[in-house]
Design a protein around this ligand. Structure first.
Ligand code: DP6
Length: 409
């Protein structure tokens, strides 16, 4: 007797950090946003979710869909986001099977899913984006719902979006827009590639982890409070974001860092302004976050005055952690300055490039040293140095998180 075939896939997916923020839904069930957004996908060498999925072909009557996150079993809630993603992918597989009689009938088998992040889930590092994107990438591989079979990455992003809005942007590498779309059914609310990683590969990201505690107001609840109460959000949606999307897309196409940085920082500022304009107000940044902004602002001021252009762009999501986008040529200088004001230990910043070995004896010429105080070790808990990266990857079966019985290893 030949062994029954195994239907299993394992993929990784990246984190993305928006430079034009998504904040607000016009449909909370389909996850349709009130404005378009744009992000940079970060390298999976440093931050990624890894997910395995397997059809349970011989589980008996009590076999059912099951999910393990970072080793702990989680309930798949009826009508919840994971269930929705699963059922949408099954629906697509069923249509595919109906159109091609040679395909194995696997759509109705229960599925076991195991997923893990290589970074703390609650670190404020968009784990939902990489996690849901890894789920959709894995199910698309399992079900052969791939571009070769007529399913585009944007089609898949439409489903990832229903798991977590920002997840749709993690379906692509490089520079990615989420077009808000206008239709009520969400069919035109998809992620598209603005430019691949190869177009502008020398953009680095320094993640200054100010706190890895779980954040205060979860983004899903926070953004709906903003939609309900902020007048400033309406101005942002109508007057600011459409033009900014165009300008930042042009900046990326031209690799114009100064313009990219200007839009990125302005958009982060406006996102946190609409949070403050929410009632009751939402505060995500803290004193350390604001000190980082002052440091970057002073560095850029001194650099522009010397004719050297902008050195770094800060952006903050729904938490106090800073992400600094920096061009490769400026990473050493920016890191030296950050390490001077926010000292690290060898554990909190392993520094594979040895950039912090000799902290600058002095600050860049023209820089006002008194702009912020030099902080104690621990004010910035750790620094992750990464860069722009590629989209989801399919891994070999040896990398699976599931064993021969389809249970977590
Ligand atoms: C501040 O995608 O986490 O990071 O769609 O409710 O799951 P849900 O929200 P989520 O919100 C992300 C908000 C943000 C900005 C952004 O990534 O664009």
């Amino acid at each position: 007797m030949s062994p029954s075939p195994v239907y299993e896939a394992t993929c990784t997916a990246p984190v993305n950090i928006a430079v034009v923020k998504y904040w607000g839904k016009r449909d909370t069930s389909l996850i349709l946003p009130t404005n378009s957004s744009l992000s940079v996908t970060l390298s999976q060498d440093h931050l990624r979710s890894l997910t395995s999925a397997r059809c349970i072909t011989s589980g008996g009557a009590d076999a059912r869909d099951r999910l393990w996150l970072n080793g702990e079993e989680e309930e798949i809630k009826q009508g919840g986001r994971t269930e929705r993603c699963l059922s949408e992918m099954r629906k697509m597989r069923k249509e595919f099977e109906a159109s091609n009689s040679s395909l194995p009938r696997i759509a109705d088998f229960p599925i076991h899913i195991a997923s893990e992040n290589n970074f703390p889930t609650a670190a404020g590092l968009a784990s939902s984006a990489s996690g849901l994107s890894a789920l959709i990438a894995t199910l698309s591989t399992l079900y052969a719902l791939t571009p070769e079979n007529g399913v585009s990455v944007s089609d898949l992003s439409r489903i990832a979006r229903q798991g977590s809005g920002s997840a749709c942007r993690s379906m692509f590498g490089g520079y990615v827009a989420w077009e808000m779309g206008l239709k009520d059914d969400g069919s035109d609310s998809v992620a598209v590639e603005v430019a691949p990683v190869e177009h502008w590969p020398d953009l680095h990201a320094l993640i200054l982890v100010v706190s890895d505690k779980k954040k205060g107001t979860p983004s899903t609840a926070g953004m709906q409070r903003t939609v309900a109460t902020s007048a400033l959000l309406q101005h942002r949606i109508k007057e600011v974001v459409p033009a900014r999307m165009q300008r930042i897309t042009t900046a990326i196409q031209k690799r114009d860092f100064d313009a990219f940085a200007e839009e990125t920082m302005a958009d982060s500022n406006q996102f946190h302004a609409v949070c403050l304009d929410t009632f009751p107000p939402i505060f995500y940044m803290n004193d350390v976050s604001r000190a980082v902004i002052q440091l970057v602002t002073e560095l850029n001021r001194a650099s522009v005055e010397k004719g050297e252009g902008v050195k770094a762009a800060y952006t903050y999501d729904a938490g106090p952690n800073a992400v600094l986008y920096v061009q490769e040529k400026d990473v050493k200088q920016v890191l030296e300055l950050v390490l001077r004001y926010f000292p690290q230990t060898t554990e909190s910043f392993p520094d594979p490039f040895n950039l912090g070995a000799k902290p600058a004896s002095d600050v860049p010429q023209g820089f006002n040293k008194a702009v912020i105080p030099e902080h104690e070790v621990g004010a910035v808990a750790r620094i992750i140095h990464t860069k722009v990266g590629d989209g989801p990857r399919v891994l070999a079966k040896e990398q699976s998180l599931l064993n021969a019985e389809g249970m977590p290893k």
